[in-house]
Design a binder for this molecule. Structure first.
Ligand SMILES: [Zn+2]
Ligand SMILES: [Zn+2]
Length: 253
């Protein structure tokens, strides 16, 4: 299995990171993508540090919308250089977050657009974070983006899923799809074509049922795979294989 989105650089793993990775490998999660947004600029190498230390990891680089106000021209120059790192597979997570509004919305938009330009130049996919900002996110993608990408922790319904799929995106489902009340997301998971499906943990956040509320880790991804399999009438093995090969085609191809 491939965990297409996790934050194992988080201080929540400082005490037992090696053990967490051992458990992931033992559970069959042989590939993990370390999202590199960390605490934001000027440090842009949170994911790369993991990818350089652990063979199972690839990395992204990028500025999270929360940190958009910390970005400047130096940040973009550094990102451009880091995108050439052999284990960097995408730019992300980038996008818009109007739930917290940690950075002004105009700044979030400008930094999102600039990073789409960098990704296009580097011919890399983008990993989208969008929260309470769906319409603006889709508008900016329609205007500024041609190419593939990942809607991380997809939490819309079938309508939003179709919009993202029409733009060529993959939908990555995380622990939320296992929550009993997440009926809308579950419907979206049912209609996602097999060749656009991805799976992730977003660890340490959003652990799937029955680990809900605990610190999440990649080994728990089997619960999400099990739920997707049940929803789609497929086996867990099929979900694991499909999502791993989709990741390879999108990010390593
Ligand atoms: Zn996110
Ligand atoms: Zn994330």
């Amino acid at each position: 299995m491939t965990d297409s989105h996790c934050h194992l650089d988080s201080p929540q793993f400082d005490a037992d990171r090696d053990a967490v990775i051992e458990r992931a490998l033992a559970a069959g999660v042989d590939t993990m993508v370390a999202i590199g947004t960390g605490d934001g600029p000027p440090d842009l190498e949170a994911g790369i540090r993991l990818a350089e230390k652990y063979p199972a990891f690839y990395a992204t680089v990028g500025v999270h919308p929360h940190d958009a106000a910390k970005a400047n021209s130096e940040t973009f120059k550094t990102l451009e250089a880091l995108l050439k790192h052999p284990k960097v597979v995408a730019i992300g997570e980038i996008g818009l977050d109007y739930h917290y509004d940690f950075s002004p919305r105009d700044t979030q938009k400008a930094v999102f657009i600039e990073q789409m330009r960098l990704a296009a130049d580097a011919k890399k996919p983008i990993v989208i974070h969008t929260r309470e900002a769906w319409d603006d996110t889709i508008d900016l993608l329609r205007t500024h983006w041609r190419g593939g990408g990942i809607m991380h922790c997809f939490s819309g319904g079938p309508g939003e899923a179709r919009q993202a799929l029409d733009l060529g995106f993959h939908l990555s489902f995380g622990g939320i799809v296992t929550f009993p009340k997440a009926l809308n997301i579950q419907e979206a998971a049912k209609i996602t074509p097999a060749d656009r499906l991805l799976i992730e943990t977003d660890a340490p956040y959003l652990a799937p049922v029955p680990k809900r509320g605990k610190r999440n880790e990649p080994a728990y991804m089997i619960e999400t795979a099990r739920k997707l399999a049940a929803l789609r009438g497929e086996t867990e093995e099929a979900i694991a294989q499909t999502t791993a090969s989709n990741f390879r085609r999108l990010c390593l191809g």
